[in-house]
Ligand binder design. Structure first.
Ligand SMILES: Cc1ncc(COP(=O)(O)O)c(C=O)c1O
Length: 351
């Protein structure tokens, strides 16, 4: 007999396909990462920190909360830092779950929501996104019960890139005042859409963000969560005092001192690379979902073969199912990377 809770023994770990992700062998278009390294100022700040001989000290965070609050346009009491946005998501689930609780997680979506709900033994209701209708708002609202404790709005959603309007989110928040509305703005800098201005009016919304995508530092695990001050105070009692490592703080502070680098990257991806790739997909008749983020979910014929062909040509992309149909979620890289990808794709069937 296991000492572990039975429902946890039944779980399986979330294992993203990390094996073989060798950046020297492949252009990595499979995890929605930034596809070029971060700027020199961040590297220098990390080197300086290591050289300062302070690795033996516990982290001390200084003014990072104030600096992020300034960046995000919130009061510092409305923000807390987290170990990646995964931790922000987990904290919300842990803090609100109760026996018999339900989570509404529109799918397909990012796997961590399911994992967090299952760890808390919540039951999951999963209305489906559609290409035409996007986020299934009416089904979400009809699924609300007195047991609903979390409703996910992944904005934009991974893998489909669909955005939910602020009006719709407000409708959901008003319809479920007893539930946490978890708005995942992981791709905020790409989408430029945010629910942050509503934090003052809606006490049940929680907005998570990250430095893993546009800011280019998923390896350092840094994110932040914004909500009403009383929610932040409560969640800070669930998070550990040192959960965020010092290197992440050093890098994030250096990154925040040079936000133009992120703006330039986002503009390059969203204004040059994405239209280029979309035009090519349209020309070649490959269907895709329109996306507010740095990835496109495409549905070529024989998607598995296309994925394998691209891998042979040195590009990793991510297979993602929509019902019974396999699609490929492709991260948008800089224009040169996308031109090489398209050239490689066009070689399919040649050899
Ligand atoms: C929608 C979404 N939320 C959260 C995350 C996790 O971000 P982090 O690295 O900050 O934990 C991802 C990562 O791919 C994501 O796609």
């Amino acid at each position: 007999m296991s000492v572990i809770k039975n429902h946890i023994v039944q779980l399986s770990a979330y294992k993203p396909p990390l094996e073989g992700r060798d950046p020297d062998a492949y252009t990595l278009l499979d995890f929605n990462e930034r596809t070029i390294p971060v700027g020199d100022s961040i590297r220098q700040a990390l080197h300086q920190y290591i050289d300062s001989g302070r690795l033996q000290m516990y982290p001390s965070y200084g003014d990072i909360v104030e600096r992020l609050a300034d960046y995000a346009g919130v009061d510092s009491h409305q923000l807390m830092i987290t170990n990646g946005s995964d931790q922000g998501i987990d904290l919300v689930f842990r803090a609100v779950a109760a026996p018999g609780a339900e989570a509404i997680i529109p799918g397909p979506s990012f796997a961590i929501y399911h994992q967090c709900a299952k760890v808390e033994a919540m039951s999951i209701v999963e209305p489906q996104y559609t290409k035409q209708g996007g986020y299934p708002v009416d089904q979400v609202i009809s699924a609300i019960t007195p047991q609903t404790r979390v409703i996910i709005v992944s904005n934009p959603n991974n893998p489909c890139g669909t955005l939910v309007s602020s009006e719709m989110i407000t409708r959901i928040a008003d319809a479920a005042p007893h539930a946490a509305i978890l708005i995942d703005e992981c791709y905020f800098e790409f989408s430029q859409h945010t629910m942050v201005p509503s934090i003052n009016d809606l006490p049940n919304i929680f907005v998570t963000r990250t430095f893993s995508k546009t800011w280019g530092m998923p390896s350092l695990r840094f994110g932040y969560l914004m909500s009403a001050p009383e929610n932040i105070t409560a969640l800070c009692s669930v998070r550990g005092p040192y959960d965020i490592n010092q290197m992440a703080i050093v890098a994030a502070k250096a990154a925040l001192s040079n936000p133009d680098d992120v703006t330039a990257y986002v503009n390059n991806i969203m204004q040059t690379s994405k239209p280029l790739f979309e035009a090519w997909l349209q020309k070649t008749g490959i269907e895709y979902w329109s996306s507010a983020a740095n990835y496109l979910w495409c549905f070529p014929e024989c998607a598995r073969d296309v994925g394998n062909h691209l891998q042979d040509q040195g590009f990793l992309v991510r297979p993602k199912m929509y019902g019974d149909t396999l699609g490929l979620r492709i991260t948008i890289g800089i224009p040169e990377q996308m031109k090489s990808l398209m050239a490689a794709w066009e070689k399919i069937g040649e050899s």
